[in-house]
Design a protein around this ligand. Structure first.
Ligand SMILES: [Fe+2]
Length: 240
């Protein structure tokens, strides 16, 4: 994420979402949310929060979503959409984070970080692209239609988080802007053998936005590629 204040961002996610601060290069620059890491890139001016990109939000699940809402609301979180029922025993709600980012919370089986939410101008293309590039298995063979409002598919990633992708949705920008400078700047996938991953994705013809380099202050090597609908993706070396 792009953040004007590392301290404010770390405090926000640790205060409201039980995320644990993580130190890189001597400063708290990230939080751990479940098995995922949210890294904050320090930027000089506030990222543009206008949501004309397709990296729409990230989301948590809560076993008691309504009581979670009452708790964080009483502690001052910025509410965008209060709990809204979608199905029996299922609500969603939106908040805004300190960089203007949208954060969703839904009812769910665990109290955990759950999904990265993408919009697609072509859902089948985007689903196939993430399936092939990152060797993921879509949950649905065919896109699920949701009451004529949108279609969706979902690609779980190692039981850590899932990519939730909406197609045919009225809020999808016709010509999405690149995500790079927006609050949610990019998504990262980790691979043990980075050089092999680079060779494979370059061979597959992906647009390489930035080749392999050491990334300060993170102390890790990575490269960047462009995904469908101008989403920026980072591939990082998993040193563990
Ligand atoms: Fe979502």
């Amino acid at each position: 994420m792009n953040a004007v204040s590392l301290a404010d961002s770390v405090r926000f996610y640790s205060t409201y979402f039980d995320a644990a601060p993580v130190v890189f290069d001597g400063r708290e620059r990230a939080v751990r949310a479940g098995d995922a890491l949210i890294l904050f890139d320090e930027v000089l001016s506030p990222p543009d929060p206008a949501l004309e990109t397709t990296l729409e939000h990230v989301g948590w699940t809560r076993t008691s979503a309504e009581s979670f809402f009452l708790d964080v609301e009483s502690r001052g979180i910025t509410v965008e959409t209060p709990p809204t029922p979608l199905f029996p025993d299922f609500v969603f709600m939106y908040f805004r984070g300190p960089n203007g980012e949208r954060i969703e919370t839904t009812s769910g089986p665990t109290d955990d970080f759950a999904h990265v939410h993408l919009l697609a101008t072509d859902l089948e293309f985007a689903t196939g692209w993430y399936r092939d590039v990152f060797d993921l298995t879509p949950l649905f063979g065919e896109p699920m239609s949701f009451g004529g409002l949108f279609t969706r598919n979902n690609l779980p990633i190692d039981d850590v988080v899932s990519l939730e992708i909406f197609g045919d949705f009225s809020q999808t920008p016709a010509e999405p802007a690149p995500t790079d400078d927006r609050p949610h700047g990019h998504i990262a996938f980790a691979y043990r053998d980075l050089d092999r991953a680079f060779a494979r994705l370059e061979r597959a013809g992906l647009e390489i936005v930035d080749p392999i380099a050491d990334r300060a202050p993170w102390g890790m090597r990575s490269f960047f590629v462009r995904g469908p609908d101008r989403v920026l993706l980072e591939i990082v070396e998993d040193a563990n």
